[in-house]
Design a protein around this ligand. Structure first.
Ligand code: SF4
Length: 439
């Protein structure tokens, strides 16, 4: 068998695409390797959300390009969001690349690989979505299976590249999603996470009644003990029906990831987000009033073009006032083709952006610790995700609670994949410590 190595950068959607790639390539005679030097086929699955990730992708293929000089038979594929955006430019910049594969062409991969094996050089970035067939997924064995339920986004936030790289919103056929969930469960996976840039839009292009709540019900009805999660929600698209479904269905976890991006109304408007601070707050309060112990996490950007110190401080205030359990943070990074990238005269100097990001991170740490302390002494169910023997000899299992808190627990035994009951004994910034109840 020939060997393929895939390097994945960026979000869970890319990781899920990599699983699909492995699944398809196995059918045409490739097996996985974790060593790029042993591979006949090298694939980089790129991310363009920030300049840093894009630079990383080019730097990685630069290394592979040098390797190819001593092993000319190796084929190099440049896939994902940077490929979608770059097209022909990728080959100009890196002539050793054999295939530039756009985000909508994933399912053509086996045919394209056969063609590059015959010496062709191909750029395939057509934006017309490819009809998905029965794709066999080759998941790396584990506890959590990530299953995309939709692709693309219609929101066009002024800083975001996703609508340009992933196209407009499209729902995957429910029968394919359900079949994938069943297969993952039969292989021993214990948690299904439904993925999408905006999961609330699921079903808008399907038959009436087929929406996110409906899909959650179909998956919840599958046999066995397992958990269901979904990410990401757009604040104002979260329906009462979805909130009620989380309460009603036993397998659906009490967790929402709701990017807020800024706590300032003027900045939110400039970002083309369709809500203000008061609306976001109302949404959080509503979810918390209906779902006890729910965890709400968010995303924030520091140093959006034109953001004043006062506006930035409104973000810090929002994070604290809303008692967000955790937030992903980033300094604004201009992305070609987006609206905000053109506001060069409003760019915040790098040093100032980094300084704001550091303050945002400090607030985030405080919020996380405060959130974690709420669980001291509580009994919680943990799904164990791994087991490690530390350098000092300590044996520890690590897993997540239903509301997505990470817990480290001393255990002599590897209990990966098991549900265990735990008492929380200590709260740290990023995780909890616990002890097995009756263990
Ligand atoms: S909703 Fe999310 S994915 Fe869509 S444009 Fe805005 S930030 Fe990007």
């Amino acid at each position: 068998m020939k060997k393929v190595y895939i390097e994945t950068l960026g979000c869970q959607m890319n990781k899920s695409d990599a699983e699909r790639m492995y699944g398809m390539l196995e059918h045409i005679g490739y097996s996985q390797t974790v060593e790029p030097k042993d591979a006949d086929l090298l694939i980089i699955n790129t991310c363009s959300i920030r300049q840093l990730s894009e630079d990383k992708a080019y730097s990685q293929i630069g290394v592979w390009g040098k390797m190819k000089k001593s092993k000319p038979g190796v084929k190099i594929v440049f896939a994902g969001c940077v490929a979608q955006q770059g097209g022909e430019k990728v080959i100009k910049r890196a002539p050793y690349v054999d295939l530039v594969l756009g985000t909508q062409r994933l399912y053509e991969l086996p045919n394209l690989i056969k063609r590059i094996e015959n010496g062709e050089k191909i750029v395939s970035i057509d934006e017309k979505p490819f009809e998905e067939s029965e794709i066999k997924i080759n998941r790396v064995k584990g506890v959590n299976a990530w299953i995309p339920i939709m692709e693309g986004c219609n929101n066009f936030c002024t800083y975001c590249i996703v609508p340009y790289t992933r196209g407009r919103e499209r729902s995957r056929k429910p029968e394919l999603i359900i079949a994938e969930a069943k297969k993952a469960l039969s292989e021993g996976f214990k948690e299904i996470t439904l993925l999408g840039q905006n999961v609330d839009s699921y079903g808008k292009d399907l038959s009436e009644g087929q929406n996110l709540s409906w899909l959650l019900r179909q998956i919840n009805a599958l046999d066995g003990k397992f958990r269901i999660r979904f990410v990401t929600n757009y604040p104002t698209d979260i329906t009462e029906e979805v909130i009620d479904t989380v309460i009603e269905l036993d397998k659906v976890c009490e967790y929402f990831h709701i990017p807020m991006q800024s706590g300032d109304d003027y900045v939110l408007k400039k970002m083309n987000r369709r809500y203000d601070y008061a609306t976001y707050k109302k949404i959080c309060n509503n979810i918390r009033s209906i779902i006890p112990d729910v965890t709400i996490t968010s995303d924030f950007i520091a140093g959006f073009p034109g953001e004043t110190e006062e506006q930035f401080e409104n973000t810090l205030k929002a994070m604290t006032e809303l008692e967000l359990d955790y937030s992903n943070t980033a300094a604004y990074s201009p992305r070609e083709r987006t609206v905000a990238a053109k506001w060069t005269d409003l760019y915040i100097p790098e040093k100032e952006k980094e300084e704001r990001l550091a303050r945002l991170n400090e607030h985030n740490r405080e919020c996380c610790l405060k959130s974690n302390k709420k669980y001291l002494g509580c009994e919680m169910e943990v799904l164990v995700e791994n087991f490690e023997v530390r350098k000092n000899g300590d044996k520890v299992i690590t897993g997540r609670t239903r509301n997505n808190k990470i817990v480290h627990i001393p255990s002599e035994k590897d209990m990966t994949g098991e549900f265990v009951n735990v008492r929380i004994t200590n709260a740290r910034t990023w995780y909890l410590n616990g002890e097995l109840i009756g263990g």
